[in-house]
Design a protein around this ligand. Structure first.
Ligand code: SF4
Ligand code: SF4
Length: 363
């Protein structure tokens, strides 16, 4: 189901992937809330991009929303995608993120981002990965105010993948924030739908992340339809204006482009039910319920996230890189040594076994 405001880009195939079987219909556009930006519902998350030709191809095929961050790919992501997007800049919506926590730090990072992305403005600057309302600070918002005044950014966004109710509640109350980026996929509890609806009603632009719920592909096969079904599930919701879907290669780009115009079917529903059962013991939904419950201080969610990069998305090096940035306890405390593990996951993840696995493969 597409929203009434969708428009199709029927000529996008004219650019051609050189593949015969792509169906006509192409991309869909929605308006990113009060920003007024017209964005493709399929947006490109650049966290796994190492090949700039994939980004260039996506832009040529009509995707107009690109999402990156200062620290993706060992701080190389912006440098990789900037030259590929430069000649197409005017028709694109580009967002990036900095985790800096001071006004000075955010503004300094913004200068770096502008340089590496080879542009003199950003459409969206994110306050990323917030789990608590108190993490959206006056210091950081002040940097955004200054950057807006200087014409260096157009809109402010907050991204979250844990503590949704609290963080989205704070976003709704803060008129300085224009865009919400939130995890949203078929594994999540119903509560998220209400929060997204409230954000859209308030005029916020809404961008979904973690759309593929870890990207776990049964038996490593790519074309069995689970990932397209996951994308279609998210795009059914007209209050989601765009997505930031990680696409590392042409095959993933092509698979997602094919899915956009397709309806969500009963078969998709069955595929996702099977996938949910399969990934239940593996995929951390980052619900936050176990936060702080390891008495030895292991950052459970973050360690599981690194494992998902490696085992779900198939990006071992990226998983290891993120694992190495975690607090020292993640490497020093031997998880398997506890007689009993008090960390309980309501979704059935065997915490001790999974964290031991992370320590084993990233050691
Ligand atoms: S491990 Fe389980 S309880 Fe902890 S954040 Fe992930 S899904 Fe939630
Ligand atoms: S088994 Fe691992 S997660 Fe559980 S309490 Fe011990 S160190 Fe923490």
């Amino acid at each position: 189901m597409n929203s009434p405001g969708d428009t199709s880009r029927r000529d996008f195939l004219a650019a051609g992937l050189g593949l015969p079987a792509l169906e006509p219909g192409g991309l869909r556009y929605r308006t990113l809330g009060k920003t007024g930006l017209k964005v493709t519902t399929l947006g490109m998350g650049c966290v796994l991009i190492t090949d700039p030709s994939v980004v260039a191809r996506a832009a040529d095929l009509g995707i107009n929303h690109f999402d990156t961050a200062r620290d993706y790919q060992g701080s190389n992501s912006e440098r990789t995608i900037g030259p590929a997007l430069k000649s197409r800049r005017k028709r694109l919506v580009i967002g990036t993120k900095t985790g800096a926590e001071t006004t000075k730090g955010v503004l300094a990072d913004l200068e770096l981002s502008l340089r590496e992305l080879q542009t003199d403005y950003l459409d969206i600057l994110y306050i990323p990965g917030k789990k608590k309302a108190s993490e959206i600070t006056g210091e950081v918002l002040e940097a955004h105010r200054i950057a807006k005044q200087q014409g260096k950014i157009r809109f402010t966004a907050v991204s979250t993948h844990a503590g949704h109710a609290e963080v989205i509640g704070a976003v709704l109350r803060n008129p300085a924030i224009d865009v919400l980026q939130t995890s949203y996929n078929f594994t999540m509890e119903k509560q998220i739908e209400g929060l997204i609806d409230a954000a859209a009603k308030k005029g916020l632009g809404v961008i979904a992340i973690k759309v593929m719920a870890g990207g776990y592909r049964p038996g490593g096969r790519r074309r069995e339809g689970v990932m397209p079904a996951a994308l279609k599930w998210v795009l059914r919701n007209p209050n989601v204006h765009s997505t930031a879907v990680s696409m590392a290669d042409m095959e993933q780009l092509e698979e997602n482009l094919r899915a956009v115009p397709e309806p969500f079917t009963q078969r998709d529903r069955q595929l996702l039910a099977g996938q949910l059962e399969r990934i239940q013991p593996l995929y951390c939904r980052m619900c936050g319920r176990c936060e702080g419950s390891c008495p030895k201080g292991l950052p459970v969610e973050d360690m599981l996230r690194c494992l998902t990069y490696a085992e779900g998305y198939g990006q071992f090096a990226y998983g290891r890189e993120n694992f190495r940035m975690l607090p020292a306890a993640a490497r020093k405390v031997r998880c398997g040594d506890c007689a009993v593990c008090p960390v309980d996951c309501p979704y059935g993840i065997q915490i001790s076994a999974r964290l031991s696995r992370a320590q084993e493969i990233f050691a």
